[in-house]
Design a binder for this molecule. Structure first.
Ligand code: CA
Length: 234
């Protein structure tokens, strides 16, 4: 097994600060188990940046399962905000994807950042968005094609930093040689359809695909920070 990845995080065309965080921040290659992370912070002042940074750093240095790492990151953000009223309400999404040397993919996830798998030209969303509109779609109160312009599309039902008890989604998948993974913040999938993401993600190097996605999200308006991490499983 080998894994080759490239990541890009971009301000977008509207925001003045980038509250997304990604790990690893640059491209690389590994023959060993590799952890891939996207966090999308929220909260005024510097809160969103702090929450996303604390989430990634805590997840990286914690031990135990991916779920436990997210719980520790959650506690670290809550503690960071204690006694600092300007940070009240800061939070973040956190998506952890661990690709094992046995080609097992382990996912732990909270929020509306996403993990996708591109296999043989077919894009599969591996994570569920923890948003109000995603719940409406699951309940049949809203059609999937009605979500992209919904005024509450960014309203999260779960995020790190907001409560002591956090429900974490976990999942496992078997990867194959030739699979391509995409982790992204909603600044990507909020601007581009899954069809567009599929076409832009397919082919070329991970670096070219990552930049192609970011450029397309900016061309579509770049309303939010855009973060993508593209990884090839060999
Ligand atoms: Ca965002």
């Amino acid at each position: 097994m080998s894994i080759v990845w490239s990541s890009v995080t971009h301000l977008g065309r509207v925001r003045t600060i980038n509250q997304d965080r990604v790990h690893p921040l640059n491209g690389g290659r590994s023959d060993e188990t590799q952890l891939l992370i996207v966090a999308d912070g929220m909260g005024g002042h510097v809160g969103g940046e702090i929450a996303a940074t604390v989430a990634v750093e805590t997840a990286l240095r914690s031990e135990g399962s991916l779920e436990e790492r997210i719980r520790q990151a959650n506690r670290a953000i809550v503690e960071e905000a204690e006694g600092r009223p300007e940070l009240t309400g800061m939070g973040t999404t956190l998506t952890l994807a661990e690709v094992g040397s046995d080609r097992r993919l382990r996912l732990a996830h909270v929020g509306d950042s996403r993990a996708y798998l591109l296999r043989s030209g077919v894009l599969i969303q591996l994570t569920t968005d923890h948003t109000l509109v995603a719940e409406y779609v699951a309940q049949g109160r809203l059609r999937a094609d009605q979500t992209s312009n919904h005024p509450q599309r960014s309203l999260l039902t779960r995020a790190l930093g907001l409560e002591a008890h956090l429900v974490v989604d976990i999942a496992e998948f078997s990867l194959r040689e030739g699979d391509r993974l995409l982790l992204c913040s909603d600044g990507l999938n909020g601007m581009l359809s899954d069809r567009e993401i599929t076409d832009l993600l397919d082919g070329d190097s991970t670096e070219e695909a990552a930049w192609r996605l970011v450029e397309a999200a900016n061309l579509a308006g770049g309303h939010d920070n855009i973060t993508v991490l593209v990884a090839d499983v060999g």
